[in-house]
Design a protein around this ligand. Structure first.
Ligand SMILES: Nc1ncnc2c1ncn2[C@@H]1O[C@H](COP(=O)(O)OP(=O)(O)O)[C@@H](O)[C@H]1O
Ligand SMILES: C[C@@](O)(CCOP(=O)(O)OP(=O)(O)O)CC(=O)O
Length: 460
């Protein structure tokens, strides 16, 4: 029996410490850490005083201006699932759409109505992002003022400066999880079990790929569900042949894909392979106004295609050190006499190989400005090693450090005077600042939260 009591689910952000690009290919794995910056999604019955029509789901993201999206929904014929339509869209149809929210609603509600026949009652959904997902003015000056739990920005979400922690994957995962928990009884899906998590993973990957309009490796959704892990991707063909929401058979096809009725998903999640030694932590640093690097993946893959042998050698060597890094971290976490020299060596080799890949492909994965910054971090006592995470470029660095005040304040001091010049931005004036985010690694993935802790956002 479903009681539609308020539900809150959170999912972590991510950093791909090792395995960028390689993880797109099933032959390789990615070392991904979940982060303690979470995206929280509240689902609750809608309060009728807002003049809600019969079948309506209202989603809002109260940290941003104008971030309210209202949707109508209806059951379609021929097992098409549930069709979701945005209501009251402005004259300019593109004006205020949120493709990640809209697609996730279509996918999750279609799945829900295909596995059981619950009444999809009107609901209010609230999205809250931990502060480190976006640069706030206090980050930019590296000051240590205490900020409210959920910072309210004076901009629309499209203008917020993202710090690259994977907000859309965490949002899609937490939204999917909260809808599943809100509408389905626990004997149909229970997210605290392995099989429940697996279904959540499959459904969130399907929704995230559809919303993005492309099939990435899925490491971000995987870590949002499972937390830190060594990840091997699923075969893209699993998601290549289903129809669109609202079309005949969509609901039935989605149910079969998510429940693995015909085809088994072949992703691999190794939770046990990933550890951080006690007394160490990851630090994420954001380069404000760093250039966007959307074309990197295309260019790297094109280079690999045309230089298969050369690329293959670099990728195999990189993979060896990526997995060795994970192994050494785990070993250091499991024994008491802690020696980090091997870990430092793997970081350095990984960086050398990434630079080689950058040069050969002519893609700025670890561009010279990032090399300078990472080298300067390496000089600090207590820094074990650092890399450009994920796809690299100018946006961020990730550093493994000894978790003590002296290392952290030495890094802060370094960043406080650092002016970042990317050649793409050109000239002295364009220097961005580097700021240390408050986030660190976290092992846990998706998590059911106590609704009481979100009282200020509950309608009753
Ligand atoms: N707090 C939020 N509230 C509502 N939507 C969000 C929020 N955070 C992210 N999103 C959705 O995710 C999109 C950002 O996704 P994307 O550009 O892929 O960035 P990221 O790399 O952080 O995942 C936003 O445009 C919005 O649609
Ligand atoms: C290149 C990649 O392997 C890693 C990209 O990692 P990022 O962390 O840079 O990704 P975004 O959050 O989308 O910016 C692509 C992939 O695995 O999908």
């Amino acid at each position: 029996m479903v009681n539609n009591a308020p539900v809150v689910v959170s999912a972590p952000g991510k950093v791909l410490l090792a395995g960028g690009y390689l993880v797109l290919d099933r032959a390789y794995t990615g070392l991904v850490f979940g982060l303690d910056a979470r995206l929280h999604v509240l689902a609750q019955p809608i309060s009728t005083s807002t003049g809600v029509t019969l079948n309506e789901i209202v989603v809002n993201s109260p940290q941003f201006q104008g971030a309210v999206w209202e949707y109508g929904y209806r059951v379609t014929e021929q097992e098409g699932g549930i069709q979701v339509t945005q209501l009251r869209v402005d004259a300019d149809l593109n004006l205020n759409r949120n493709p990640f929210v809209e697609t996730t609603l279509s996918y999750a509600l279609s799945y829900i109505s295909s596995v059981a026949k619950p009444t999809i009652t009107p609901a209010s959904i609230t999205i809250l992002a931990d502060n480190d997902y976006y640069s706030t003015p206090s980050d930019l000056s590296n000051s240590s003022t205490t900020s409210p739990r959920f910072h309210v920005f004076d901009t629309p979400i499209s203008k917020a400066h993202k710090t690259g922690l994977g907000s859309s994957a965490a949002l899609v995962t937490a939204l999917t999880a909260s809808l599943l928990t809100y509408y389905l009884p626990s004997d149909v899906i229970d997210l605290s079990t392995e099989s429940g998590k697996r279904k959540l993973h499959n459904l969130a990957q399907a929704a995230h790929c559809a919303a993005q309009g492309k099939v990435g490796s899925g490491f971000d959704v995987a870590s949002a569900v499972y937390g830190s892990c060594l990840y091997r991707r699923f075969s893209p063909s699993i998601l290549s042949s289903h129809t669109e929401p609202g079309r005949p058979e969509f609901g039935a096809q989605l149910k079969s894909i998510v429940n693995e009725t015909d085809i088994k998903w072949d992703h691999e999640i190794q939770k046990n392979a990933v550890k951080v030694p006690q007394g160490m932590r990851l630090v994420m640093c954001d380069v404000s106004h760093g250039s966007q690097t959307p074309g990197l993946v295309k260019q790297v893959l094109m280079w690999r295609k045309h230089n298969a042998e050369e690329a293959g050698e670099i990728w195999d060597e990189l993979h060896e050190h990526n997995t060795a890094l994970a192994d050494e971290l785990k070993k250091a976490a499991e024994k008491s006499d802690q020696q980090y020299d091997q870990i430092t060596e793997h970081f350095r080799t990984i960086r050398r190989l990434i630079r080689e890949m950058s040069e050969k492909s002519d893609v700025p994965i670890e561009p010279p400005e990032q090399t300078k910054l990472l080298d300067a971090c390496d000089e600090i006592e207590g820094v074990v090693g650092g890399v450009v995470p994920g796809a690299g470029g100018y946006d961020a660095i990730a550093v493994l450090i000894r978790d003590d005040e002296s290392t952290i304040s030495a890094l802060r001091k370094l960043f406080s005077s650092w002016r970042f010049m990317s050649s793409e931005q050109g000239g002295e004036e364009a220097g961005g600042r580097v700021s240390m985010l408050g986030v660190r690694e976290e092992m846990e993935g998706v998590r059911a939260e106590q609704a009481d802790a979100y009282k200020a956002w509950l309608q009753y």
